[in-house]
Design a protein around this ligand. Structure first.
Ligand code: T46
Length: 136
C-alpha cells in the first residue's frame, strides 16, 4: 500500500524547516536515509518491489513522478512539495521517472540495505503479490 504523508513546515523570517521524527511523522523506525540527485533526463529508476521494507520518499528539490503498482492497478503520483512524503509499503512495484535536472529525492527507510529483499523481476513480483494477496 501507499499513502501521502503531510509534514509541518516551521517558517520564520530566516526561512523554513521541516522536522521528521520516527514513529511520529513516519510510521516506522528510520534505520537508513539515502538520496538521489543528478538523475539523467529520461531515466527510469526503481523498477522493483520490496518484500519487507517500508519507505517514505520526499522530493526536497525539483520534481519527479512515481508509478505505483500493487499487481492489480497502477497509479502515478507527482512529487514536487517538500511538505509531502510518499509512504510505500512492502509489495508495491515502484518506478521513479521524469526527474527534473535539480531533483533531490530523499528516502527514509525502515531497514538497512538488503538486496535479498528486493524483487527486481516484474513477473516474479506478480506471482509474489498474487500469492500474498496484497492490494492497495
Ligand atoms: C527504492 C527506490 C525508491 C546501496 O548500496 N545502498 C542503499 O541503501 C541503496 C538504496 C542502494 N545501494 C546500491 C545498490 C545499487 O548498486 O546503490 C545502487 C543503486 O541502487 P538501485 O539501483 O536500487 O537504486 P534505485 O534508485 O533504482 O532504487 C532506490 C532504492 O534502491 C530502492 O530501495 O525503493 O530507490
Amino acid at each position: 500500500m501507499y499513502k501521502i504523508l503531510s509534514f509541518t513546515s516551521i517558517a520564520d523570517n530566516r526561512g523554513a524547516l521541516i522536522p521528521i521524527e520516527q514513529l511520529k511523522d513516519v510510521p516506522f523506525d528510520i534505520k537508513r536515509i539515502y538520496y538521489m540527485f543528478d538523475t539523467k533526463l529520461d531515466v527510469v529508476r526503481g523498477k522493483h518491489s520490496h518484500k519487507y521494507l517500508e519507505q517514505v520518499l520526499i522530493c526536497v528539490n525539483g520534481s519527479c513522478k512515481i508509478m505505483l503498482d500493487d499487481g492489480y492497478k497502477k497509479e502515478i503520483i507527482k512529487l514536487y512539495d517538500k511538505n509531502i512524503g510518499l509512504y510505500i509499503g512492502p509489495n508495491v512495484w515502484h518506478e521513479m521517472f521524469e526527474f527534473t535536472k535539480d531533483t533531490v529525492l530523499l528516502v527514509l527507510a525502515s531497514d538497512y540495505y538488503n538486496e535479498a529483499e528486493y524483487i527486481r523481476n516484474y513477473e516474479k513480483f506478480l506471482k509474489y503479490v498474487k500469492n500474498n494477496k496484497t492490494v492497495f
